[in-house]
Design a protein around this ligand. Structure first.
Ligand SMILES: [Zn+2]
Length: 617
């Protein structure tokens, strides 16, 4: 990796050695990029052949790529103030994917990175968002700056700019940046100046629009019209704003580098779309037009009904990246009320077991996200019949056992399917997981590394008191902190609320390593937000003792953020007024808005899902 970076940055790594140091435990972050001696918590560096999955291998590779790139971006050249933290973190988050792609193209980390783009957009499409570059005045504000806007939006904006100016001119600017500021400090504007000097295109307007104001642009495709005599399609577009609440829908303008092309063609049209008026793009060829080809742009796209129907019919012919973009955009546009959830479900009917495994992962996650919204509703069981049948169909194709030479991402899909089906209380999956879990002591072949964690997690999801005791006993018997962690986190997934309460109580005993307690509580909160919230508020002093200073500010809002019930939003407000200082206000507002949004989506989208299920039996 050092060799690759020496070449990329054009300034060789200047120290005589680079150590990777690891130690037990876990914090609210994975590693720290000290110059010449990177520190990692164990799960972020060590691979255990008996326990590590394909996902662990990819994530560890990515985190190492991230930290090593910091030896240049962060250490050799450091941002002048915290305001420009994104220069370090956005850049390293972009580079981790780029480097992974160079060394392991088959992992297709750009497809996986779409998930990070989604988490950034979920924050960025709210009133509580902030620009990538922002004033940091206090230590607390600096700590809060380490969020998905800084890392993931930062990374996506860099990717968009690189794809707009081209790989070579972009790298030339980075090399200049290293030469000009080595052993010194830099600010965001320095990078734009260097880019402006090497780029054939003017870039500052795009870069400033995306880094100095928050929010997510929406590109509306108003119409697509084939002009047969010219063999081109005229695409009428308008730039607007994608928002999840009223305040985040207020108009805002960006210079958006838009690409478009006919599916299946490699002729891509580029144009900057700016401001509120309409813009026309002429795309070569006739057929379904896809905007944001390859999905390197940071914006959402909404199509008029005719263009969307054309894309839906040709979905199978789109690249994996474009399929994933269409699914993500239509799911999120539906949640936000721009489309009906039926559009998303309709699109997803075109997925098959031979679709790209990372695209299928999006489907698995969206099935679970909808299921979470159904929590406590009587219509949940009917939805689950549909969800279980779809996912168990996929698991049947993928199988419980890896095939020789199968793609690494299939292994990730298998593990996710097992865990998802267990969350959906799928009887056959729970039975098979318990069989393998029980038999593994005498026959380790029942739980090969790539599914071992998934099996333990599945057993955890379905755990009753007896199984909780078993997981606990196995955790305490183990000398290995990684293994201990696996058993305890599995128990924290219990869907049964009595078991979940036992896990919360266990988290505050001395038997659990201090740094693991917050992770256990957060894991319980995914399934039982209300229960975890009440428990944490009741035992706040004991919980706070186990948090590092990063986590102390936003721990309680993070617990509540899993809720979809306004009662929890009210409880959070009451707690915050009493116990969370000014520094935490932003995260409280963020969580409140997530809960209220979840409640809105329940009322808006679930009736659409129910109607679709009724019509598509
Ligand atoms: Zn970093």
């Amino acid at each position: 990796m050092l060799g690759f970076y020496n070449e990329y940055f054009g300034t060789p790594y200047p120290l005589p050695k680079l150590d990777s140091v690891t130690f037990p435990g876990a914090g609210s972050f994975g590693a720290m990029e000290n110059w010449g001696a990177i520190f990692y918590f164990e799960p972020y560096l060590l691979l255990d052949p008996a326990l590590s999955t394909a996902q662990d291998r990819q994530e560890i590779f990515t985190i190492v790529a991230h930290e090593v790139s910091h030896q240049w971006f962060g250490d050799l050249v450091t941002m002048r103030r915290w305001d420009d933290l994104w220069l370090n973190e956005g850049f390293a988050s972009w580079m981790e994917t780029k480097a992974s792609y160079v060394f392991h193209p088959d992992w297709n980390r750009w497809l996986h990175a779409a998930e990070s783009r989604e988490s950034a957009m979920r924050l960025d499409a709210r009133a509580s968002t902030h620009p990538i570059v922002r004033k940091v005045k206090t230590l607390e504000e600096a700590e809060l700056a380490f969020d998905d806007i800084t890392y993931e939006k930062g990374s996506q904006v860099i990717r968009m700019i690189e794809s707009y100016v081209g790989e070579e001119p972009f790298r030339a600017a980075i090399r200049q940046h290293m030469r000009s500021h080595a052993y010194g400090n830099a600010i965001t504007r320095d990078l734009w100046q260097e880019l402006e000097a090497t780029s054939p295109q003017p870039v500052t307007a795009i870069a400033r629009d995306f880094t100095e104001q928050g929010g997510v642009p929406l590109i509306d495709v108003l119409s697509t019209q084939c002009i047969p005599e010219k063999n081109e399609t005229r695409v009428l577009l308008r730039q607007g704003r994608f928002g999840l609440d009223e305040a985040s829908k207020l108009p805002r303008s960006w210079h958006v580098p838009v690409t478009a092309g006919v599916l299946g063609s490699d002729r891509v049209t580029h144009q900057i779309v700016h401001g509120g008026g309409t813009a026309t793009l002429n795309v070569v060829g006739c057929g379904p037009v896809k905007v944001n080809m390859g999905e390197s742009g940071y914006f959402r796209t909404r199509y008029d009904a005719h263009s969307f129907a054309q894309l839906e019919q040709s979905f199978a012919g789109a690249s994996a990246a474009d399929q994933l973009g269409l699914l993500n955009d239509s799911f999120n546009l539906s949640e936000a009320g721009y489309l009906s959830m039926q559009s998303y479900l309709q699109l997803a009917t075109h997925l098959t077991p031979s679709s790209d495994p990372v695209v299928l992962l999006q489907f698995v996650r969206s099935v679970l996200a909808l299921d979470h919204l159904y929590s406590g509703l009587s219509s949940q069981e009917r939805y689950r019949v549909f969800a279980r049948s779809k996912l168990s169909g996929l698991l049947r194709e993928v199988g419980w056992t890896a095939h020789d030479g199968e793609h690494a991402n299939v292994s990730i899909l298998r593990a996710e399917l097992i865990q998802a089906l267990a969350r959906l209380a799928d009887g056959p999956t729970l039975t098979e997981a318990r069989r393998r879990f029980a038999g593994a002591a005498t026959d380790p072949a029942l739980t090969p590394a790539d599914i071992r964690k998934a099996v333990v997690n599945a057993v955890g999801s379905g755990a009753d008191t007896a199984m909780f005791e078993e997981l606990k006993a196995r955790a305490f018997r183990s000398e290995d902190t990684t293994e201990k962690r696996v058993y305890l986190l599995a128990a924290a997934r219990a869907t049964d609320s009595d078991t979940a309460r036992r896990v919360l109580e266990l988290a505050l005993t001395d038997a659990v390593p201090e740094q693991l307690s917050p992770n256990l509580i957060l894991a319980v909160a995914e399934e039982h937000p209300g229960l975890a919230f009440d428990f944490v508020v009741q035992h706040f002093d004991a919980v706070a003792q186990r948090l590092d200073s990063f986590a102390r500010i936003d721990f309680v809002p993070r617990i509540a953020a899993n809720g979809v019930d306004r009662v929890l939003a009210q409880k959070l407000a009451t707690f915050a007024a009493k116990s969370i200082g000014a520094a935490g206000r932003e995260t409280v507002e963020r969580s409140r808005s997530l809960i209220v949004f979840g409640d809105e989506v329940r009322h808006r989208s679930l009736p659409q899902v129910d109607a679709w299920l009724g019509a598509n039996k």
